[in-house]
Design a binder for this molecule. Sequence first.
Ligand code: SF4
Length: 244
Amino acid sequence: MSANSKRIPVLELFGPTVQGEGMVIGRKTMFVRTAGCDYRCSWCDSAFTWDGTGKDDIRMLTADEIIEKLRALGGDCFDHVTISGGNPALLPALGELIDGLRESGIRSALETQGSRWQDWFLDIDDLTLSPKPPSSGMTTDWAVLDDIVGKLQSKSRSFCLKTVVFDELDLEYATFVHLRYPGVPFYVQAGNANLRETEPARMLPYLVERYEWLIRQVMNNTELRSVHVLPQLHTWVWGNKKGV
Ligand code: SF4
């Protein structure tokens, strides 16, 4: 890596743990959480990445420094790293990290709402595009998302789409996403609107109820046939705790 390696704003490095969401749910992985997001979702569980409350914790690290710190935390116990945010797709410099992980024999995963393209999307092993439903208060730019999906498909890159669902309107949105991009593996995931609860055991009945509700909605839906229905697994174990 060159002496001019670009620095990446990192808020959290942790693991090994299990991935709690999306296409690689349950996968043993390390996490790198980057700072900054172009969205302001009403139910964001990582608002500290963009609302200023985490700004003193941001470390500007090169790709090599990030991999060193991951090794210091996880030793030889991992072969998979998840890059999360915020929206990591705001950071062109992540390409160096993804290259560095691959050179070290480590698979990479990344989730983004699909509001920006980066050429390094093509090098991510497990890429999830997660457009945000109406309950987020955000508006999807379909032209941008079409462009991203089109670029990935034109290079035959595998990726998946995921939508978090809180209510009926979100489910309509999820159905629209699924039908707009047929053939792309599609995940719906129960939303967690209970972000204040600190005790996992008190939270679990709520999470189970939300997951059961989503399962019921999807089972009788003739348009949502080829879908995966997921809980947000880490909240079942750790509630809203950060850094796990
Ligand atoms: Fe939070 Fe993700 Fe929405 Fe950004 S896109 S505000 S990180 S939920």
